[in-house]
Ligand binder design. Structure first.
Ligand code: SF4
Length: 331
């Protein structure tokens, strides 16, 4: 049996010092993903540094009208915050689409962003997996790929990112604040998660010992509508086959003044649908335009054996969410 140490950090700087100086150390927050990995034997830290009591668990107003989410805010509390529900419904809906009520009571904002893939081969120590053991190969390439990526994958890894919350934050252009051995930094969420390339073992750009301390949401205009839609195998407690987070603003002539779209379940990162956004801006907010833009986004998709269905599914889901926002059926 491998010894596993535990310590409770007195503050973020103590936590960073404890983890950064020890390669086998790991932060522990809600533990909803890490504890599973300990049980499965796919994570084997020698020290857990508990940060649950030293991270902010409040949602605070920013001077510019945005919100600062403490990294320790529980997913359930964030989804219930009236400012989030009224100004960022896409985020509240995404949070409530994730996991179960019990898990949302424990999972934190920072930890949710750092979830690891649910690729079954990653979770099976008998399977080859470049993410778990760099250079070992990828069992998914010739395996069952119903839940795998169709955008941005590499020959080293075709896994998807599992978070719903991160997809909403991607559409909202959130900014992630960290404290690490080199000090503080602010990372646009689009730069946080990595495509797999030839280093799929690295999910994010964070360094060892770098701790997420907060996430900022930019101010939201009352004329903007947003929504999240998740398509999955069953109605609850399932990861997305495809999900869509969309933020839409239309002008008085029924044209798209601004739009932001992010997709889940299709890539190693929360996927920003930049091609679709570009096609839509300034154009008519119609079903035809939404479908054409969605098709343009998915034109670069490279499905694997079992997941070609995700292409029309993503096109349909994007079209449906944008239609809902354009017709005012969602806020
Ligand atoms: Fe591992 Fe990625 Fe291949 Fe899954 S897809 S087995 S996570 S390398």
């Amino acid at each position: 049996m491998k010894p596993l140490g535990y310590t409770r950090a007195g503050g973020p700087a103590d936590a960073v010092a404890a983890v950064a100086g020890r390669p086998g150390a790991s932060f522990l927050a809600g533990g909803t993903n890490l504890v599973d990995h300990l049980k499965l034997g796919i994570a084997a830290p020698d020290l857990l540094v508990d940060v649950t009591r030293c991270l902010s668990d409040t949602v605070d107003d920013l001077a510019d009208g945005g919100l600062r989410l403490g990294a320790g805010v529980r997913n359930a509390d964030l989804a219930a915050d009236m400012r989030v529900r009224e100004r960022y419904p896409v985020l509240a809906q995404a949070l409530l689409a994730g996991a179960s009520g019990q898990l949302r009571n424990v999972a934190t904002t920072g930890g949710n962003l750092l979830q690891r893939t649910r690729c079954p081969y990653f979770q099976d120590r008998a399977a080859a997996c470049n993410k778990r053991v760099p250079g070992a190969g990828c069992a998914a390439l010739d395996g069952v790929t119903r839940h795998h990526a169709i955008l941005g994958a590499s020959t080293a890894c075709v896994a998807t990112h599992p978070s719903d919350m991160a997809v909403a934050l991607r559409a909202l252009d959130a900014v992630v604040h960290t404290l690490g051995p080199a000090g503080e930094r602010s990372i646009p969420i689009g730069d946080l998660h990595r495509l797999p390339g030839d280093e799929p073992e690295r999910d994010t750009v964070l360094e060892h010992g770098e701790l997420i301390t907060a996430v900022d949401l930019p101010a939201s205009s009352p004329t903007v509508r947003s929504a999240y839609r998740k398509v999955r195998e069953r109605a609850s407690y399932a990861f997305a086959l495809v999900s869509v987070a969309a933020v839409l603003e239309t002008d008085g002539d029924g044209r798209v003044a601004d739009v932001a779209i992010a997709l889940g379940g299709v890539a190693h990162v929360p996927w920003r649908a930049s091609r679709a956004e570009e096609a839509l801006r300034g154009g008519p907010a119609t079903d035809e335009a939404f479908r054409a833009a969605a098709r343009a986004e998915l034109a670069t998709a490279t499905p694997r054996r079992d997941n070609a269905f995700k292409v029309p599914l993503a096109v349909g889901a994007m079209t449906a969410v944008l239609r809902t926002l354009a017709t005012g059926a969602a806020r």
